[in-house]
Write a protein that binds this ligand. Structure first.
Ligand SMILES: [Zn+2]
Length: 135
């Protein structure tokens, strides 16, 4: 009975969540398209002195890390929409535990419960620090 009640609660929220995810998807796609156009425009310069090259490199790196973050968010949004269609939305993809409803309202695209979100956050931070050292 408890599971049935939870299921109908989820059903009543699903359309709202889907609309939010679709809006977020569109927003991220627009942002990524804009970044793509900017990097194309700044890529065509023939002659640059060293300072210009450094500035361009910094700008590109900044744009790239922004795009990477948005790209990751877009992937989360798309996979959330997919899980919504499959009926597995709302459960953590690591341990299949229900994600807190307040958490889903705050971040509808999250694939993790709070416990695993923290773990992934730590992992992602460690990864990006490692990338920095390698570069
Ligand atoms: Zn979990």
């Amino acid at each position: 009975m408890a599971a049935g009640a939870l299921y109908s609660l989820m059903m009543s929220n699903q359309e709202e969540i889907r609309q939010r995810l679709l809006a977020r998807q569109e927003e991220l796609e627009t942002l990524l398209r804009q970044h793509g156009e900017n990097s194309l425009q700044s890529g065509g310069d023939d002659v640059q002195d060293e300072i210009d090259q450094v500035n361009t490199l910094e700008a590109k790196t900044a744009a790239l890390s922004l795009s990477t973050r948005e790209f990751k968010a877009l992937e989360d949004v798309r996979s959330a929409l997919q899980r919504l269609d499959e009926g597995s939305y709302g459960n953590c993809i690591v341990d299949d535990e229900p994600i807190e409803e307040a958490r889903l309202r705050a971040i509808p695209e999250t694939p993790y419960c709070i416990h695993h979100a923290e773990e992934m956050e730590k992992q992602a931070t460690a990864d990006s620090e490692q990338t920095f050292l390698d570069a």
